[in-house]
Design a protein. Sequence first.
Length: 327
Amino acid sequence: MSAQPKDIRVDDRHPDIEDTLDTVRRGLAAKPKKLPSRLFYDERGSALFEAICEQPEYYLTRVEIALMQEHAADMARTLGPDVRLVEYGSGSGIKTGVLLEHLETPAAYVPVEISRTALLDSVAELASRFPNIPMQPVCADFTQPLRLPVAMRPPRRTVIYFPGSTIGNFETKEAIRILRQMRTEMSDGGGILVGVDLKKDPAIIEAAYNDAAGVTRDFTLNMLVRLNRELGADFDLDAFQHRARYNAMAGRIETDLVSTKRQDVHVGSDTFAFREGEAMHVEYSCKYSLDDFAQMAAKAGLSVAKVWMDDERRFSVQYLVRSSPVS
């Protein structure tokens, strides 16, 4: 019997308004200014991200779904039977459905998603498609340590599923911390199935974050819409521009909101001055070579057991297992 949406567990550490206010104040006081990408994902932000995934320039989702459709059966064999699948940032669950179709007698599916609306929608859809898979949704920030619900029956192993190249949204040090967290949360003999975007022609990469329809621009600016609504801030949406550029040396897209004039922004009782042309950083999207990612995983005590890639080597799904103790 699958859990219905009313059974969603809300983690104690789910960010509240006070947490968000503190995060924004610290981010705007920093030099340079920066805000975490998790602030993108209110209800409208989640819907806009799904729209980004449908843009012709945004190859990542299209290639990853095709990759899953071609290799999901092999991935399922690699994971084995009786798996508890814990998904970080589950979103719409499209790729998850492809994997669940092939898993043998999964013990449970545990989606972890910060947007309650996105979690409700994806669980309702997946529960109707897979009525025999126990579903235990958790509304929480996956970047913080999680208390996973007890599985309805003992799993053979726990596998963390982290699709979409979301690991690339973190700087190396933070990405290693999150991989170590996953390493702790997966069981002995468990693993991590992670989507990893690969280095390629910079023009292809930049176009993916600057679509002609302007959906990514709207997605980025929606962060300010959210902060105005939830925190009573007074960001002038017409005075900020979306900018996403590929830094070849660092191997990443750097997304900023750029002030088009000198202005003051008020958040609570605080005032933050912006210079004309000042950039506020809101997201990284790191790209890796296979060797880059293997080296980063090794620093988290993980080794790459298997890699699946499309024919043009644009995107990969990698299976990580424990390699050695980490200090």
